[in-house]
Write a protein that binds this ligand. Sequence first.
Ligand code: GLU
Length: 375
Amino acid sequence: MVAINNISEASRIVVKVGSALVTRNDGSINEEFLDSIASDLLLLHKNNKEIIIVSSGAISLGNKINKKNKENLSLSESQAASAIGQIELINGWKKSLERKNLNIAQILITADDTENRKRYLNARSTFEELLKNNYIPIINENDTVATSEIRYGDNDRLAARVAGMLSADCLVLLSNIEGLFPKDPRHGKSALIKEINEINEDIISMAGEANGLGSGGMITKLEAAKICMSSGSNMIIASGNNKNPLTSIQRGGNCTWFNPEKSIKNSLKVWLSGQLKPGGKIFLDRGAGNALLDGKSLLSAGILSIDGDFDKGDTLVIFNNKNLEIARGLSNYGSEDLNKIIGKKSEEIKDILGYMDKPEVIHRNNLVYSGKKEN
Ligand code: GLU
């Protein structure tokens, strides 16, 4: 996983396809689009690239039974629509890719499959097995069973978590947007931003401006970019409306390219930094915040307060004395016990709790940093 300048330099590529591309306006499957991207995939495959597809479209394709817009469906209506549409979606992919002699496999996942470490590792083995056997996994969220607590809700972040899980070199988000524009290009001239190294406030405000374009919206695409950048993957936003959209990107077609962070993280740290639903928050005094960023483990003595109801092993977001997020890490204590040892020395833990599992609340090997030291 390194910074690359073209998808031709990538070995493992995740391609996310938005609902608007696979569905025609009348709600039927867009075979021309699937055939066109299948030619791209064949070329990539011939060049020994490993490909993973994340495809939206189940709810749009299955929405025939409801006489409402997709946006106005109740949970059970969208779950039923996705159960109907997913078959059509996967059949569409199968027909187009098999015509090119490409093998596909279907994987339906819920957020638990990437947010729970054990399930994440299990899912990863399944993907690796399929790729090793030359199958292209086609993924969608398991909308039929996913309820709000365990839902990604958008395939942009799902695709970014999958790219991190598989150490993909790049994630391509194809929808009906060419990339990020400072201002909504439908309302006046605006120049496409070609390259982004950091998602700062300015970039986020542009997403607000241009939101409304495309089905997933720009906000979730930037959230996906954050996950990719911190896990070492490149990310590209490009339009899927061009014929052979992936080949077109390779040839220098319009897109916004997000470069990954330079720091190299191990698999645990990649998983931690992209966590979508951390279990709780922990607030530190200045000394503990700085010690943490110096590479020390987190001890109970430097904790000011905690927030949330979490278990041992859950991910905590760590804030410094200025309430800025500086790190994330795996807690050695659940919130109930942790509340009792806040501000106490490690030597006191055994007396207070009657046991001491670990002297540190978060071990430095289980931490990823995102902030700077305070003076
Ligand atoms: N999983 C949804 C579907 O297949 C799409 C979610 C999204 O548009 O990001 O309809």
